[in-house]
Structures are given as C-alpha cells and as structure tokens.
Design a binder for this molecule. Sequence first.
Ligand code: FES
Ligand code: FES
Length: 169
Amino acid sequence: MSTVSVAITVNGKEHKAEIEPRTLLVQFLRDNLGLTGTHTGCDTSQCGACTVLVDGVSAKSCTVLAVQADGAEITTIEGLAPFGMLHPIQQAFWAEHGLQCGYCTPGMIMTTASLLARNPDPSEEEIRHELHGNLCRCTGYHTIVNAVRKSAELLAGGATALPIDQLAD
Ligand code: FES
Ligand code: FES
C-alpha cells in the first residue's frame, strides 16, 4: 500500500510520519500519536467531538485528511495547558459544571478557544451560534454557554493555567 510523508506540528512538536493517504487527522492524532483527548463521536462531521485547532482555527478533525494538515500547526486538548494543569477555559467548564459525561468536552473547549481568540467578549447569541456544530447529549447546553462566558471573563482578567489540585472542591 502506498504511503505519503507528512510533517505535522502538534502541540508545539513536529511529527514526521509515513501514512496512508486516506488517514484522517483524528486517526493520526489518536492512533499515531496517542492523543486520545480528541474524541471520535460520529465520524460524519456532525458532533464536533473531534474538534481541534488547525493553525489556530477550529476544525473537525474527522473531516480533515492528515495529508491536508501537512505543514500545519495543530493544537489538541492536551496542548492547551501543561500536563496536570488546567487552562482557564478548562477551569471555567469545571466551575460552571459545563460537562457531565465529558465526551463532548474536548471539542467544546477547542471550539471555545477558537471563538475567544477572535472574539474575546462574545454575546450569548454568538456563543450559541459558534457551538452549533458541537453536540452534547447530557447538559442541555445552558451550563456550557455559562462556561464559555466564564472563560471569557477569566481570560480577560489575565487568568493562567492552574494545577488541578488547586481547583478541587
Ligand atoms: S467525530 Fe468528527 S464531527 Fe463527530
Ligand atoms: S457532557 Fe456528555 S455529551 Fe456533553
């Protein structure tokens, strides 16, 4: 089977690999790199569980071929904060109970990161519009919207990543 060479920077580290041309970016992240924080929900571009940042913009990694990401910079949920620490957006989801089972959460958080990078103070309508491609079966969305608002507040206030044990109730 023919393969192609790719060089993809993920969470600040370049990874060179020989892959089948049909390899999806989500497969590359999970299977080649072991970054299983990026979830696969539907595999058909509907649920958003696989959302990552591609050159800083949110993208559903089940709809991107790894070869299309050749030369790109990818950020996954693992890359938001150092291991054992929570990024302010993660802190906000914790504080506002923006998750239950957590399956959708990495995608929700990466979509939030993309939104707040270009719009640091979004309205509720803008938040709901941005999240329309991310499905959640548990929360009813209200706490997620609150978490995005809280994320904006924390980031505007200069919040930084914190160790997880500092957040425990
Ligand atoms: S797994 Fe990619 S959108 Fe559902
Ligand atoms: S928290 Fe369970 S799917 Fe969203």
